[in-house]
Write a protein that binds this ligand. Sequence first.
Ligand code: CP
Length: 307
Amino acid sequence: RKDILAIEDMSVEEIRHILHTAKVMKEILMRPIKKLPTLKGKSVVNLFYEASTRTRTSFEMAAKVLGADTTSIAVAQSSVSKGESLYDTAKTIQAMRADVVILRHSSSGAAKFLADILDPSVINAGDGQHAHPTQALLDIFTMQEHLGDLEGKNVVIVGDILHSRVARSNAWCLQKMGVNVTFAGPPTLVPEELKGLGVKMTYDLDSVLPGADIVMALRLQLERQKSGLFPSLREYSQLYGLTTERLKKTGKQSIVLHPGPMNRGVEIADDVADGVDALIERQVTNGVAIRMALIYLLVGGSSNVVA
Ligand code: CP
């Protein structure tokens, strides 16, 4: 494989292989001295047209742990601000002999567009509402690390499904691995057309919490709401916000995930976000391990991870 664009392109065997490789990478990451020469001489370029803390930094750290050189292009200070196209920007990066280009872009399909025109590997770090494959991989890695085999487990994903590439990539990834997925949220944010993904959908979060093994809250993407938010933040938080009280409805010690960044007090209460059942910081750590695995599998060739 040359590129990582979307989970729907991946086989179950490939997902398992990535998760297995990430487990080895996490052991390396957790060492006091975490620097390997495995990808010495390779260069990784971050090209982010949208804001990011976790994804951009973790790709950078992942590449550095493996010994690759990394460069992050500050799009706002680049020639993009003079009107340079994505095509010309990407071709310029290629001409500098990058081995991997990590792209985040507001347009669905932007990563595929780059992958088709570039020789270097392209990793999709989020394209519009379409896909965020590395987030889905780190999410399933985190669930598996905590719960073991996920076959038959129940995951409820609640929030702004409409705008969420995380929800879409998780639906693909989790269902491929035999997990039951339910999308929950208000009718304005859970669009009917997503039924094609094969997930259960509901506007009544409380009715689907009993039996949930994992509850994932998504951020209300206030910056993408075109005609104001309905319901209001207060109503949303009453009906869909994860509180300790509401989570008791699962009837078990469910784990809580959130891809971040969080709107605390809206989709998730402080005591849940900081509670023992929340694996939100673990997701971030695992994000580095997953991204190490992906970069290694794409450009590591026959080089062994030096243990
Ligand atoms: N989860 C996620 O993609 O976070 P960032 O936007 O901070 O990268």
